[in-house]
Design a protein around this ligand. Structure first.
Ligand SMILES: *[C@@H]1O[C@H](CO)[C@@H](O)[C@H](O)[C@H]1NC(C)=O
Ligand SMILES: *[C@@H]1O[C@H](CO)[C@@H](O)[C@H](O)[C@H]1NC(C)=O
Ligand SMILES: *[C@@H]1O[C@H](CO)[C@@H](O)[C@H](O)[C@H]1NC(C)=O
Ligand SMILES: *[C@@H]1O[C@H](CO)[C@@H](O)[C@H](O)[C@H]1NC(C)=O
Length: 344
């Protein structure tokens, strides 16, 4: 199931085993105040374990007794009886994420939605063990967030709980070494009720102010990053109109000719993995800055110039060069049709 840190749940007819938070918490799930499920259900066996994307989990026993927990809890709460023992029944989750109990009663199939929220609330009301907080609200609207280089994500969570219960909000994230997280907690205490508000700003280590980007046909954002182009069919009869000197290079910039000298194919020869900017002073010599500058971006004065002798179609591949722009290999293909003058 989805989680920031790897988790595992497995079961057979007798027991449910869990391993949470990268195997730092593990054991058997057992009902509150009982040693095992079999003992709590007059020797019945596990029939089904069903969960929804909000991580509500129901355990249905063969004798139709039901247990509930939120994935991450280590104990199961016994629910009020819902279907008579002995009636053939099964639970399933419909596409709207509702639990449905289907049963065969007097030769007729019945499907009833099982209101997991209200049932679990009614069973756990008044149980001091069951819920350490009064309300818990947060700004996460998705189960999983993916953040690319340069992206920033702000989240908040608000928890209200009886005074001195010491409830905390914890942010769990995967591949932490790639993230920078700033957290701030605001605390308030009024009439025996404590409130903690935590704001978490998560961003990628690679902060770039860089913003050609499409997902399929959908526009995502403008790309300010540096990119290179090459003709898919190897045409070379176009040129760049700015020289390295004109764009203010501090040393000789990389060129297709140099990058291809090693013999690698066009697709692999030049990319974020071996890009070197010409705007940082190299230790080597200055080189020849009167060569065409072959790196482009949205804001530069470097343009492609095509011969005007005949009509031609160019099919270009484009690839982002900046290594700090994205974890993805960003490439696209576009075509240019030129209209030449007919020379008689
Ligand atoms: C568990 O046992 C304790 C102590 O005997 C009792 O106070 C509590 O109500 C029990 N909880 C449930 C859910 O049976
Ligand atoms: C990419 O980001 C790293 C870490 O912030 C930085 O050290 C490096 O100079 C950056 N590279 C470029 C080409 O901007
Ligand atoms: C390249 O051509 C474009 C379009 O004509 C022009 O705006 C730009 O100034 C030229 N760049 C240089 C370095 O001459
Ligand atoms: C775009 O290219 C120009 C040179 O043509 C360079 O000065 C500028 O820094 C580049 N922009 C980015 C975002 O790298």
């Amino acid at each position: 199931f989805p989680s920031a840190l790897s988790s595992l749940l497995m079961w057979n007819r007798e027991v449910i085993l869990f391993s949470f938070h990268n195997d730092t918490r593990w054991g058997y799930l057992h009902p509150i105040n009982e040693t095992n499920l079999s003992q709590a259900t007059n020797g019945s066996h596990i029939h089904q374990v069903v969960m929804d994307s909000s991580l509500n989990m129901l355990v249905k026993m063969e004798n139709n007794m039901l247990f509930f927990c939120k994935v991450g809890m280590e104990r199961l709460v016994r629910m009020h009886p819902w279907t008579e023992p002995g009636v053939p029944a099964a639970l399933y989750l419909n596409p709207e994420e509702q639990f449905i109990m289907i049963s065969l009663e007097e030769g007729r199939v019945q499907a009833q939605s099982y209101p997991v929220r209200s049932e679990s609330r009614s069973t756990t009301r008044g149980d001091p063990d069951s819920c350490p907080f009064i309300t818990f609200t947060h700004s996460m609207s998705k189960l999983t967030y993916y953040i690319d280089k340069g992206n920033c994500l702000e989240l908040w969570a608000d928890v209200v709980y009886p005074e001195n219960k010491g409830v905390n909000v914890q942010l769990l994230s995967n591949r932490k070494q790639l993230l920078m997280i700033k957290e701030r907690t605001y605390f308030e205490s009024v009439y025996g009720v404590d409130k903690k508000n935590k704001v978490m700003v998560t961003f990628n280590q690679y902060i770039s102010e860089l913003a050609q980007q499409y997902d399929g046909d959908k526009f995502v954002q403008n790309v300010d990053a540096n990119f290179i182009v090459w003709d898919k069919f190897g045409r070379k009869d176009y040129s760049f109109n700015a020289t390295m000197h004109q764009v203010a290079c501090l040393c000789e910039a990389q060129t297709w000719k140099k990058m291809l000298a090693g013999g690698s194919p066009l697709e692999k020869a030049w990319g974020p993995e071996n890009y070197r900017s010409c705007f940082v002073l190299g230790s080597g010599k200055l080189g020849n800055l009167n060569q065409p500058y072959e790196v482009m971006n949205r804001s530069s004065m470097n343009y492609l110039t095509f011969p005007s002798v005949e009509n031609t179609t160019y099919v270009f591949n484009v690839k982002i060069l900046d290594p700090n722009y994205s974890f993805c290999d960003l490439q696209a293909v576009f075509a240019v049709q030129t209209y030449g003058e007919k020379i008689w």
